[in-house]
Design a protein around this ligand. Sequence first.
Ligand code: OSB
Ligand code: MG
Length: 376
Amino acid sequence: MKLEAIELVRVFMPLVEPFRTSFGVQTGREVLLVRAIGDASEGWGECVALAEPSYSSEFVGSSELALREFLCPAVLSMGHIEGPQVAMVLSKVKGHRMAKAALEMAILDGDLRTKGVAFSEYLGGIRGKVEVGVSVGIQSDVDILVDRVQRYVAEGYRRVKLKIEPGWDVEPVRAVRQALGENIALQVDANTAYSVADIRRLTRLDEYNLLLIEQPFGARDLWAHEELAKQCRTPICLDESIESSADAHHAIVAGACRIVNVKAGRVGGYLEARRVHDVCLAAGVPVWCGGMLETGIGRAANLALASLPNFALPGDISASNRYYTEDLTDPFLLEESTITVPTGPGLGVEVRSDELVRHRAVRTLVQGKTVFANPA
Ligand code: OSB
Ligand code: MG
């Protein structure tokens, strides 16, 4: 697309309920959107960085600064730019993958809208609906957790991911398995909360027939994952450790994982995410689409990604009402345990400007090197 300007939009979206993980509690989502304004169309991207550097070193303030100071000016200086060129143009900036991914998404969306091509079709998707699950945060006690899971199952979810941490692992998993039986698929996610000293404890999860154990150890600690993989039957899945397709290749070769969680923001964009998918497919490793509590904008893109062939396990892509009372797009609904992949041009969703205004979005226009701030 021929780029004229880029707008950065910041908006706080309260979550329907607090989401607690081993690294902290989130009561809302500090959303950063990128709007690429072209001569013939515009495109939207959503940055998945959290408000704090707790899941990864990036946080929404660092992503916004990287976009404003370096990433947006770099693509604006190109004048005309196509989606597949974005990563190359941005490669002179180290790191800031989540910021880069959001900018690439906006330009891909803008491009595909002019061409009338849906994101799923562009990426090579093969499914019109994708199986999804729900990620359930750490609760104050096991009965509350069981009740929460039962309500999600009643809504139609058939795959449940429980967040775990030391002191909240075997017992909640046992209670949920006992209450729900073998008819639901269960998996756990530790977000790096354990160390090698916990391997014995983690092997006790083998009793509960879990789909996978996600990222028990530190992002750089492939060795600990490899050790655990040798000692337990449940497949190990990596999230935080995988920041590129090369990382996926290394982790698989090292025997550190048998499943990969793919998050486009974490690997620097949807095109790199597709490469992660391809590397895993070639290695016979199934993948699934992770989530970062996205609004409908990021979720539309995730649905497109999850329509690729090797997304063999249900994604952390829940219906809009699991996250927000009013989404930034038309709501995504759960149909049995699936969500329909958008088919309209680009991401296939319209951003609701009334919701942006209602949530007092702050907009910053970036034109070349000149930066203007103007509230909505
Ligand atoms: O580890 O998958 C994770 C949310 C924020 C940060 C990290 C993670 C998550 C989730 C949310 O699990 C899943 C979702 O978006 O539904
Ligand atoms: Mg995770």
